[in-house]
Design a protein around this ligand. Structure first.
Ligand SMILES: Cc1ncc(COP(=O)(O)O)c(C=O)c1O
Length: 385
């Protein structure tokens, strides 16, 4: 017998982990003030870019002596820029526990070909042993593994008096998780994640120690213009005041400002974190009473409140070959799409098959709550064949 369909539907079925749902109430009208057809170097153009920097700093509580810049190519651009500009001065510990972290390991080992790299990796659902990290070396890690839904719980494992730099890809954490700025020398993120902006430029925050490295270390490799943060031993200060290296989309800039203004309207960082944690809690309460599903993250404090990754644990599914399990997850997410209750809720292409629900700040708790019975319905429907 077919499982009965739940009565309630999420008002917004957008649960993609990037680009993420727009903020509640967003419409194209939000972009009507965009400075289209004008130079980003004009006075009003530069003012908008500078406002993105200032509002981001204010909301995130970034220390006054940190620099924050808008850089090319979304989060990937910001991370690559940091790796290529800063690494090589000392040995590096590369931490990775899912797809994006592993990409950064590949870059440093195979592209930059640094001679002294330790890769500390863990499989999906786990974290590497953080106690083995050597902070006399530079350390590169992802705060929240978007494709496994595993985050570091806090920065307690990072010493304040470290010698190396900590370089943190925080793209699915910024604006939804507390980032301990004193423990982080480089932090990157993209507009397309927690505030629901457009993928375009990335954000790069640098501590005074990261700036010192930039000024005193010349990489052994050529540095294309698009990555250049300093030249002739001088920091390109303009980048941190809205003078972007290349041309940004002023529509994307307007949208980033819209997201930041909305963030303030819901109580700033505290409000944003509260919204995201409430979404995780709704899912966790449901998982606790549902026997076919569990978190991919193996510990409760490692569960992401943004990219919430779930695996099917029902023996009916887990006793089947890997390919059949992948097929079950695919059928489940296709049913959700067909019903229009959850779009893009499949796990990442390289991750174990399952469900990934974005719970970032722009996602309404009522929509997550309305979605959960549909997951039960879809699983029962797939199982019934
Ligand atoms: C942890 C992490 N790093 C990097 C990226 C790449 O971000 P972008 O495509 O915005 O450059 C993503 C995208 O989802 C991500 O989740």
């Amino acid at each position: 017998m077919a499982a009965p369909k739940p009565g309630n539907r999420p008002a917004n079925p957008q649960f993609s982990s990037g680009p993420c749902a727009k903020r509640p109430g967003w419409s194209i009208e939000a972009l009507k003030g965009a400075l289209v057809g004008r130079s980003h170097r004009s006075k009003p153009g530069k003012a908008k870019l500078e406002q993105v920097i200032n509002l981001s700093k204010e909301i995130l509580g970034i220390p006054a002596d940190y620099r924050l810049g808008i850089v090319p190519a979304s989060d990937t651009g910001a991370v690559e820029m940091a790796l290529w500009s800063l690494l090589g001065a000392r040995g590096v510990d590369m931490l990775a526990w899912e797809s994006f972290g592993k990409d950064w390991v590949t870059d440093v080992v195979k592209q930059l070909k640094l001679p002294d790299v330790r890769s500390l990796t863990a499989g999906y659902g786990k974290l590497p042993d953080l106690a083995t990290v050597d902070f006399d070396r530079d350390v590169v890690f992802t705060w929240n593994g978007t494709t496994s839904g595993v985050r570091v719980a806090n920065g307690d494992w990072i010493p304040a008096d470290r010698q190396g730099l900590t370089i943190c890809d925080a793209t699915s954490a910024a604006f939804a998780m507390d980032l301990p700025w004193d423990k982080l020398d480089v932090v990157t993120w993209s507009w397309q994640k927690v505030l629901g902006g457009e993928a375009a430029h990335g954000m790069l925050a640098l501590s005074p120690r990261a700036v010192e490295r930039l000024l005193n270390h010349t990489p052994a490799w050529p540095m294309p213009k698009i990555f250049r943060l300093a030249s002739n031993g001088k920091l390109s200060e303009g980048i941190f005041k809205g003078e972007t290296i290349n041309t940004p989309s002023m529509i994307a800039v307007e949208d980033a400002l819209d997201g930041l203004n909305w963030a303030q309207s819901v109580g700033g960082l505290e409000g944003l974190i509260g919204r995201s944690e409430a979404n995780l809690k709704a899912v966790a309460d449901w998982v606790a009473k549902t026997d076919w599903v569990d978190f991919l993250a193996e510990t409760a404090d490692g569960r992401s409140c943004t990219s919430i990754c779930l695996k099917i644990v029902d023996p009916w599914a887990t006793e089947q070959p890997a390919e059949a399990q992948a097929e079950i997850a695919k059928k489940l997410t296709s049913l959700l799409e067909k019903e229009g209750v959850a779009l893009d809720a499949g796990s990442y292409r390289d991750a174990p098959p399952g469900i990934r629900i974005w719970g970032g700040a722009t996602v309404e708790n009522a929509d997550i709550v309305a979605l959960l019975p549909w997951l039960d319905w879809a699983y029962a429907t797939v199982k019934a064949g």
